[in-house]
Write a protein that binds this ligand. Structure first.
Ligand code: PMP
Length: 379
């Protein structure tokens, strides 16, 4: 096919690096069991839905005015939540919030990446790290992982020393593999990145903890202490079950918060968003009890998938990477076979592997049954 049929925007005076590219996105298919985008399967409790309606009604009375540009009340409550659950006290000056952690990452790259600069990550990982880098004109450097999807510290240090990136992404727990990163590894990479860019004041190291609440290990948040160039990025999309809200946040040195304020759009967080997030934070304990259920279901998926004859990567997230589908058609054929049984999982393009999000016990049972059938067919 002609490239302008497949990519009609190529006929426009679009930036060269966007030619021939397709937008990020998993298929949004209407099937009985949807376990493909790492959402929380539990709807918000009715009590919280009513509280959101109240707080949004209050906010609506002031919608003729711009919202609090610095979202101080929300950042204060996020700081309280992190201090309570992250193993390290943080203040509102160390916290910044935006429309999803994707916007947090974009603001960080706008401030610390950009033309003439480079960002590095260890793949397979969250593909938006590379896409937002490119979208902000930042060169993307793809670093490797070991066969078990852990980070090879020696190889990573050598790559950082050689390429001297301005920004380093460490995704923990890592999407799509579920792999948590040890604090020692983060510190080794942080030191390597600071040494490589010593003459420009170091490099920004971003720990993407979108799935932090699901980990068997404690948060890496305490590592920001005394490390000005270390940022922890979080989201309410997963643990808080509020993907539709669009609320992400970071914790770092107050200077980093100051830096992202140079690039954020004025009034980027609507009054409705701030009111909804504040209502959700009032119900943290209920929402975290769902996280406990999901962690138990995630562990059950790992055990049952192994019992069904699959290879499974140890998971610290609310999803599990399983395989290996190396036969005819590879992972994509297995993805289709599960879809034919009414179960939608994710093919992230990692050869031989698929990813399933932990759903409700019933959804997980349906998924496991479909996998058992598939594995029998394949043996
Ligand atoms: N980081 C990681 C690792 C993710 O998997 C996701 C969502 N898929 C995000 C960030 C972004 O999530 P959100 O913008 O909803 O906060």
């Amino acid at each position: 096919t002609n490239s302008s049929d497949a990519f009609p925007w190529d006929a426009l005076p679009i930036r060269d690096e966007l030619r021939g590219k397709t937008p990020y996105g998993a298929p949004q298919l209407d099937v009985p069991v949807r376990l493909n985008t790492n959402e929380n399967p539990y709807p918000l409790p009715e009590e919280l839905v009513r509280r959101i309606a109240e707080r949004v009604a209050d906010a609506a009375r002031d919608l003729n005015r711009y919202p609090d540009r610095d979202a101080v009340e929300l950042r204060t409550e996020l700081a309280r939540y992190l201090s309570r659950t992250g193993g390290h006290p943080v203040t509102e000056e160390q916290v910044w919030a935006a429309n999803g952690s994707n916007e947090i990452l974009q603001q960080l790259l706008q401030a610390f990446g950009g033309p003439g600069r480079a960002a590095l990550g260890f793949e397979p990982s969250y593909s938006m790290h590379g896409l937002i880098s490119r979208g902000t004109g930042t060169e993307w450097i793809s670093g490797p992982r070991n066969d078990d999807f852990t980070i090879d510290v020696a190889a990573a240090r050598a790559l950082i020393a050689e390429r001297r990136p301005d920004v380093v992404f460490i995704c923990s727990p890592n999407n799509p593999t579920g792999t948590a990163v040890a604090a020692d590894t983060v510190l080794a990479l942080y030191d390597a990145a600071q040494a490589a860019r010593a003459e420009t004041g170091g490099a920004l190291v971003v720990i993407d903890e979108a799935y932090g609440e699901f980990s068997h290990r404690p948060s890496l948040l305490p590592l920001i202490e005394g490390r000005r160039n270390l940022v922890v990025s979080r989201t309410m999309s997963k643990a808080f079950g509020a993907a539709g809200l669009r609320l992400g946040y970071l914790a770092a040195d107050p200077a980093v918060v100051g830096a992202v304020q140079l690039v954020r759009l004025p009034y980027h967080l609507s009054a409705v968003t701030q009111a909804t997030a504040l209502a959700a934070l009032e119900h943290t304990d209920t929402l975290l009890s769902y996280v406990d259920q999901l962690k138990a279901e995630r562990d059950r998926l790992v055990t049952e998938l192994r019992a069904a004859g699959c290879e499974v990567v140890d998971s610290d997230a609310n999803f599990v990477q399983f395989g290996r589908f190396d036969g005819a058609g590879g992972a994509h054929a297995a993805w289709q076979a599960l879809l034919d049984r009414g179960v939608l999982v994710r093919d992230n393009g990692v050869p031989g592997w698929l990813r399933v999000s932990a759903g409700t016990p019933d959804e997980n049972d349906a998924f496991l049954e479909a996998v058992r059938e598939l594995m029998k067919e394949q043996s």
